[in-house]
Design a protein around this ligand. Structure first.
Ligand code: SAH
Ligand code: SF4
Length: 372
């Protein structure tokens, strides 16, 4: 099992993010700086509870320590480049990172609420990478290729920005934004810990879901972690033949290997795994696929989330007609599989994975062309 290093590297490269520091790391840094380690909890309180954006506001810390905190750590969070609201209350943010890269974060209220109206629960869909190396044929993030992993501080920073904007706590986190979370394993795990700890954001592990395209060895690794985070597997095909057409990762980890890893995960957890299944017209929406999907989900007691394909500009796929979606759903239900047809939120603001960034980058490309 890998674990995040417990000391902040403050000597090389850009300054580490204060939001990526654990209590032990901060204590080690304080010791090295000749300060008392009890200050760690005061600093974390300022960062996560009082939402300080600079150490200069931390009035119970000595001025000399505030100075060191400013010079050794980056206190910034990503900045909001574009904010769009959807009529159903979903809000999508395009965020700018410190190296000017862009990622997306989506705020999803639980109950349909008009813009600005209160809702009971707030779910946040966060990104874990800039772009994605896995190249799924239906996905806007995959289209643009991989740029880099997000730092744990940038993952936590997305939650920070969202709760500031929403003016309330974030209840659920889904790692379903841009990127493959399990390909950025150490940063992901460190971020989940900071999000979970009482000295951090205090979000229960059961209120966090990691979505993966099916990195089997990493699923096994995750199964051995103490935090009881939920798992969603993007299946999108019930046979290798169909899955391979849209998900190159299936050649590396075919369905049988992926299912073995899911069974291992399931054996160690109380909560059910969720299979995500995008329905694409003429590709994976047949009765046969529905029946085979039920055979995969049944023994695992997995839940199935059916998602009508969200059109991406430049890609050839289409969503099936509503009766086809309903037939698919009913086949699963009659075979005893807990299944839902997700009427995705935020369709009108292009909330599906990577689409807003794709547009923005395309505009950038156009600007460049026209400037030549
Ligand atoms: N890389 C991870 C998590 C990010 S993608 C994964 O693949 O699971 C999050 C979810 O968005 C996945 O289930 C993915 O298949 C889905 N998705 C991507 N493009 C989509 C589209 N155009 N329409 C609907 N869902 C899409
Ligand atoms: Fe990457 Fe997930 Fe998109 Fe596939 S669906 S390209 S794994 S972000």
């Amino acid at each position: 099992m890998r674990s995040a290093p417990e000391s902040a590297n403050v000597s090389a490269g850009p300054r580490p993010f204060i939001r990526a520091q654990t209590d032990l790391q901060l204590a080690a840094w304080l010791n090295a700086a000749g300060e008392s380690s009890y200050r760690a909890s005061q600093i974390l309180d300022w960062v996560h509870k009082k939402k300080a954006e600079t150490p200069h506001v931390c009035t119970n810390l000595p001025a000399s320590l505030r100075k060191k905190l400013a010079s050794d750590f980056d206190w910034t969070s990503p900045s909001v480049e574009i904010e769009c609201g959807s009529l159903d209350g979903t809000k999508k943010l395009l965020l700018r990172l410190r190296d000017d890269r862009l990622v997306e974060t989506v705020l999803i209220p639980a109950s349909p609420a008009l813009y600005g109206a209160p809702s009971d629960r707030l779910t946040l869909c966060v990104s874990t990478q800039v772009g994605c190396a896995y190249g799924c044929r239906f996905c806007a993030s995959g289209l643009m290729g991989f740029t880099r992993n997000l730092d744990a501080g940038e993952i936590v920073g997305q939650v920070e920005i969202a709760r500031r904007l929403a003016g309330r706590r974030v209840d659920n986190i889904v790692f379903m934004g841009m990127g493959e979370p399990l390909a950025n394993y150490d940063n992901l795990l460190r971020a989940t810990r900071i999000l979970n700890e009482p000295w951090g954001l205090g979000i229960g592990a059961r209120h966090m879901t990691i979505s993966t395209s099916g990195l089997a060895p990493r699923i096994r690794e995750l199964a051995a972690e103490p935090l009881q985070i939920r798992l969603a597997v993007s299946l999108h095909g019930a046979t290798d033949e169909v899955r391979e057409r849209i998900m190159p990762v299936n050649r590396r980890y075919p369905i049988s290997e992926l299912m073995d890893a899911c069974h291992e995960f399931r054996a160690r957890r109380k909560q059910a795994i969720t299979f995500e299944f995008i329905l694409i017209e003429g590709l994976n929406d047949s009765i046969e696929q529905a029946e085979l999907l039920a055979r995969l989900a049944g023994p695992l007691q997995a839940k199935v989330n059916l998602i009508p394909y969200n059109t991406v500009e430049g890609l050839p796929w289409r969503r099936p007609a509503v009766p086809v979606l309903k037939t698919f759903l009913n086949i699963l239900k009659t075979r005893g599989i807990p299944a839902t047809l997700r009427l995705e939120k935020g369709h009108d603001i292009e909330a599906a994975c990577g689409q807003l960034r794709l547009k923005k980058e395309m505009h950038r490309g156009n600007d460049k062309q026209s400037a030549l």
